[in-house]
Write a protein that binds this ligand. Structure first.
Ligand code: FAD
Length: 459
């Protein structure tokens, strides 16, 4: 049996960051991963390949239609899908090799195989020979796509985001089931490349959980771009029919299409770990149950990332992995769940941190609100990208920033300032008084902060 001080199961953004932090803190750390390429869902079939395709498809669409307003005339623009997908694959393999290099550099021992608990503090790999034990074991096994009753993911025409990252041809018609960020991002990719995309959503809004005013603005922009929405529609079946597919909805006409992307959420990866043998309990939704310090019901076993409660986001997993290890080694480690940003990498981007207006209203928190549109920002005009606005919500009594929501160009980068503001307990006055370079998109946040107090200069 091989022994280490700490072993992480899963080399996603939560797991590999935890292993590196443990090694930095002087532990003999190891990381077990069943896939050849490290980096988890995020790197292999999530954040990174989707952003690579979003960038490529946006460049294609802009070159086709958006450059003439800049006085740039282009002709003969063609899509080379194979090359586009190939670039995405290279980005993934380069970054995967980078993670392997980071583990080596930090002297983290790497094991390749699927882990299965044998007893508390002990598990085996599916190679039939390796048994591992450690004083601290962190479960960081992530999540996998969910489906709906009546829909079997066939790994081909009726698939998840994993298949939608590698369609070999642009589908003529693509049905997206679920209007969360994954469906909207990948729906946008294939629409830009030429597909007719229809998004089916059970709720009467898109982007559930995000600020409703921002989601309503996003719906208008996406509809204008050509995404079609069937809101309030309950999908009852989706299946392959010959060379195409059919999507059925309650009370609606069947929709015939070439491919179906099911993006209705993800579920924790706990199957096959034999958690009973370790004494690890699950919560009511099948996730590993942890306390505030990421400890499970089994002594010395912890869990972080998508496999536990909270938003399924790479940076949340990473923060938790690091905090978990720091708690184990130093007794202190902390994640501020009020300051975890969420970004939708469509165009325009949508980004959010802290409380939504709906959350503030339902908790009875009195707040003031400042809005500023990108159309009134000089840089947005200069780059011809003016859709959207930023909104700052501040406590009515203390002026502390409680939530920031942005739809607009580079919202995903702009939100970092808002996260720092919330992390440091800044007021909207603090943000407004900080000097922002001109002309930058970031001035939108300064102006929105001024608007909290009714004194925006440019609007
Ligand atoms: P994972 O990344 O899922 O890693 C878990 C690892 O554990 C996997 O590599 C798995 O192979 C391994 N594993 C599982 N079981 C075992 C076992 N028994 N033995 C050994 N190894 C095992 N998040 C963002 O923050 N930003 C984004 O832009 C974003 N875009 C996304 C786009 C898509 C299409 C998808 C699907 C997800 C996206 N996400 C995004 C979510 C993000 O990928 C996840 O939140 C993140 O990967 C979770 O990290 P994790 O470390 O908890 O788990």
């Amino acid at each position: 049996m091989k022994k280490h001080d700490l072993i992480v199961i899963g080399a996603g953004p939560g797991g590999y960051a935890a292993a590196i932090r443990a090694a930095q803190l002087g532990l003999d750390a190891a990381c077990v991963e069943r896939e050849r390429v490290l980096g988890g869902t995020c790197l292999r079939v999530g954040c990174i390949p989707s952003k690579a395709l979003l960038e490529s498809s946006e460049l294609y669409e802009r070159t086709l239609a958006g450059l003439s307003r800049h006085g740039v005339a282009v002709a003969g623009v063609e899509l080379d899908l194979e090359r586009m997908l190939g670039r995405k694959d290279r980005v993934v393999s380069q970054l995967g090799a980078g993670v392997a290099g980071l583990l080596r550099k930090n002297r983290v021992t790497r094991y390749t195989g699927t882990a299965r608990f044998k007893a508390p503090g002990q598990f085996e790999l599916d190679d039939g020979t390796t048994t591992l034990s450690a004083a601290s074991i962190i479960i960081a096994t992530g999540s996998r796509p969910l489906s709906l009753p009546g829909i079997t993911l066939d790994g081909n025409r009726v698939g998840s985001s994993t298949e939608a990252l590698r369609y070999p041809e642009v589908p003529g018609r693509l049905a997206v089931i679920g209007a969360g960020y994954i469906g909207l991002e990948l729906g946008s990719v294939w629409r830009r490349l030429g597909a007719e995309v229809v998004v089916f959503e059970y709720l009467d809004r898109i982007l559930p959980g995000m600020d409703a005013e921002i989601a309503a603005a996003a719906l208008k922009v996406f509809a204008k771009q050509g995404l079609q929405f069937r809101l309030g529609s309950k999908v009852t079946a989706a299946r392959q029919d010959g060379r195409g597919c059919t999507v059925e909805t309650e009370g609606g006409e069947p929709y015939a299409c070439d491919r179906v992307l099911v993006s209705v959420g993800r579920r924790a990866n706990t199957d096959g770990l034999n958690l009973e043998a370790a004494g690890v309990e699950l919560d009511s939704r099948g996730r590993v149950d942890v306390n505030g310090g990421f400890a499970t019901s089994a002594k010395g076993v912890y869990a972080i990332g998508d496999v536990i409660r909270g938003p399924m986001l790479a940076h949340k997993a990473e923060e938790e992995g690091i905090a978990c290890v720091e708690r184990i080694v130093t007794g202190y480690g902390h994640v501020n769940y009020d300051a975890i940003p969420g970004v939708v990498y469509t165009h325009p981007e949508i980004a959010s941190v802290g409380k939504t207006e709906e959350e503030l209203r339902s908790s009875g928190t009195a707040y003031r609100k400042g809005l500023f549109p990108f159309a009134a920002n000089g840089r947005a005009r200069a780059i011809a990208d003016t859709a959207g606005f930023a909104k700052i919500l501040a406590d009515e009594r203390t002026d502390r920033v409680l939530g920031v929501h942005i739809i607009g160009p580079r919202a995903g980068d702009l939100i970092a300032e808002a996260s720092v503001a919330i992390e440091f307990g800044a007021t909207s006055e603090d943000v407004a008084r900080a000097c922002h370079a001109h002309p930058t998109l970031a001035e939108v946040l300064k102006e929105a902060s001024l608007a909290v107090d009714g004194r925006a200069i440019h609007y």
